[in-house]
Design a protein around this ligand. Structure first.
Ligand code: ADP
Ligand code: MG
Length: 598
């Protein structure tokens, strides 16, 4: 093919691809513009995952009638004049690309009015050009309607997920912007229903309650900017870190509950994630992640926001200072607050349940703490093992040689550290991890039942309302069938909750709300690339993990016996579904050697 300059319409579509990747990108850009225009109330609407319609309405400054066409020209902006300006950007937008890009890949209608104008101006764009211009009555501010996104860009449509998944991303953007701007009321209307609304009170706590739900918000504690923070060179730090982080007892299995804002701009940053996780070092179990909403204020001229087309990444002039500031602020909050739940003051929140007291870890280098039962408080088992169906008689005949995966007959001796079952066999002494062992049992049972679509479900005595984030709600839409096959019976209940009527029998008696939220979170991460089978597997594993007895639960002899009996029946008794060992063996030979008997 000979070289030729691209047709301008095609070139515009290609350029738009960098900025507008999916429906949520449109919402993000329009929110940026509304906030830059000084809006205090912003309404976001989406239909069919944003593909048929999205509309963002604000009460900001509006665009003067004479400038509206210009606003849609490429590289047209009111936010930047000179190269000097580029070095210290205060607005969210500055590239002058968004409106042009959106109009290149969708039909756009804008209605805008400034305070000084008598009437609003309405413009309609098709294929990037104005096809209609009228004047009409409308309140001050701007409304931008985006229809049939990507209808003319099949290459892009192909890569989108289901409407429910795209709606979930839009919900996520709305929630993140609400967290970044607690003083602005942001409402999200999905398919005609109000799905999320922040109060605009200016208090981050209020937004936290809306985004995370009262229960989780109650488990968050404030991070305050240090009075006299110092930077790495001992000078006064110019970095201020403020927001909320979770108590160590409140965790998630994904990182999707970490929000970072730099000068109120929502950003993605591995460095910030790392700084946060470092601060929690040794406080969380492997694989568990803290929740955080942190705004990092950095002098405008010390952060480069012009490194990503969607402006979602930034570069810091003094990265090390920022890292240290975040890590210190978080660590400081963890040590100071030591687990005192702040949210007793939340409006409408019931008195917090007995706070799970968190002990600061012993300074490194100190003697390992002696075993103190008080640190692992006894809790009645959430699932009584004896309540499980009695084990069936062993399948293998007694005379058959035990295969490497099979267990020898075990005699229970007791429980150690409320976590390990001690048992003996002719081979030696076994220490069995009660949680991983129970996981193995449940996993095999659940998997077999799921394959036959015969998972036993148990109705709840009283249906339980569970708060869900917009993203979780969207996922329930996508994965509803699989959840139903696993024994869940869930229905929508109000704008931000679900009513759980039945759960897999194996989960009965558990904290259903928390289990469901975590299961949905796991699916959030998985729903991307995983084949249906892979994530059904992930789903079963997650439900299993939530159903199994925990470490720290006291078990009776009978419960331990039942557990071990059932473990003997499984096909792979020596590992849990995650691949961790369920048991270790101290062989006779090892014991004899250790005691110098040989
Ligand atoms: P940028 O935000 O980078 O300047 P955009 O293409 O998003 O570029 O917008 C172009 C210009 O249109 C903005 O600089 C601003 O002057 C104007 N504009 C866009 N949206 C709004 C709005 N909601 N309210 C007021 N002005 C707006
Ligand atoms: Mg913009």
């Amino acid at each position: 093919m000979p070289i030729r300059v691209l047709d301008p319409q095609l070139a515009a579509k290609i350029a738009a691809g960098e900025v507008i990747e999916r429906p949520a990108s449109v919402v993000k850009e329009l929110l940026d513009n509304a906030i830059d225009a000084g809006a205090t109330h912003i309404r976001v609407e989406a239909r069919a995952g944003g593909l048929s319609l999205m509309r963002v309405t604000d009460d900001g400054s509006g665009i003067p009638a004479a400038e509206i066409e210009l606003a849609f020209a490429r590289h047209a902006t009111s936010k930047l004049q000179s190269v000097q300006d580029l070095a210290a950007i205060r607005s969210l937008g500055f590239r002058g690309e968004a409106l042009h890009a959106i109009a290149a890949v969708a039909q756009v209608t804008i209605i805008s009015k400034t305070a000084g104008e008598a009437a609003a101006t309405m413009l309609h764009f098709e294929g990037g050009s104005v096809t209609q211009r009228t004047s009409r009555g409308a309140p001050d501010g701007t409304a931008i309607l985006v229809e049939n996104l990507f209808a003319t860009v099949p290459a892009r449509l192909k890569f989108l997920k289901s409407p429910a998944a795209e709606t979930g991303r839009i919900g996520d953007v709305a929630a993140q912007y609400a967290l970044a701007h607690p003083g602005i009321q942001i409402s999200l209307i999905v398919d005609g229903r109000l799905s999320f609304q922040s109060t605009g009170s200016g208090k981050l706590e209020d937004v936290l309650v809306k985004v995370l739900g009262v229960d989780t918000a109650r488990g968050m504690m404030p991070v305050q900017p240090a009075e006299e923070a110092q930077d790495v060179r001992g000078g006064e730090s110019k970095v201020r870190v403020e927001g909320f982080i979770s108590q160590p007892a409140v965790t998630r299995s994904t990182r999707s509950y970490m929000s970072f804002f730099v000068n109120s701009r929502w950003v993605q940053s591995r460095m910030l994630v790392y700084a946060l996780e470092e601060a929690y070092h040794t406080l969380l179990q492997v694989g568990r992640r803290p929740l955080a909403v942190l705004n990092i204020q950095v002098p405008y001229d010390e952060v480069d926001v012009n490194v990503h087309p969607a402006k979602s990444e930034v570069r810091f002039l003094r990265e090390r200072d920022v890292f240290v500031a975040v890590q210190k602020a978080v660590r400081g909050a963890l040590v100071d607050a030591a687990g005192i739940p702040l949210a007793a003051s939340y409006p409408g929140a019931a008195a917090p349940a007995a706070p799970a007291r968190w002990q600061p870890p012993a300074p490194s280098g100190a003697e390992p703490a002696p075993y103190q039962p008080a640190l692992a408080p006894w809790r009645p088992p959430q699932v009584a093992v004896s309540a499980l169906p009695p084990a069936e008689p062993a399948r293998s005949s007694a005379g058959q040689a035990a295969s490497a995966t099979k267990l020898p007959p075990l005699r229970i001796l007791g429980q150690a550290a409320l976590t390990y079952i001690i048992a003996e066999s002719p081979e030696g002494v076994y220490l069995i991890d009660q949680h991983t062992a129970h996981e193995r049992i449940i996993y095999e049972k659940l998997k077999a039942e799921y394959a036959r679509l015969a998972v036993s479900s148990q109705g709840m005595l009283e249906p339980q309302a569970v708060e869900v984030t917009p993203r979780q709600a969207a996922l329930l839409g996508v994965h509803g069938q699989e959840l139903a096959d696993l024994g869940f019976q869930i229905e929508p209940f109000g704008p931000s909750s679900m009513l759980v009527r039945a759960v897999p029998a194996i989960l009965a008696g558990q904290n259903v709300g928390q289990a469901l939220a975590e299961i949905l979170d796991d699916m959030t991460d998985e729903s991307g690339g995983l084949a249906p089978q892979a994530w059904q597997e992930a789903l079963i594993t997650t439900v299993t993990c939530h159903s199994a007895v925990r470490a720290g639960q006291s078990l009776t002899f009978d419960e331990m016996r039942q557990l071990v009996l059932q473990l003997e029946q499984t096909t792979l008794p020596r590992t849990c579904p995650h691949g961790r060992p369920t048991m270790i063996l101290l062989s006779q030979a090892q014991l004899e050697k250790e005691f110098g008997r040989r």
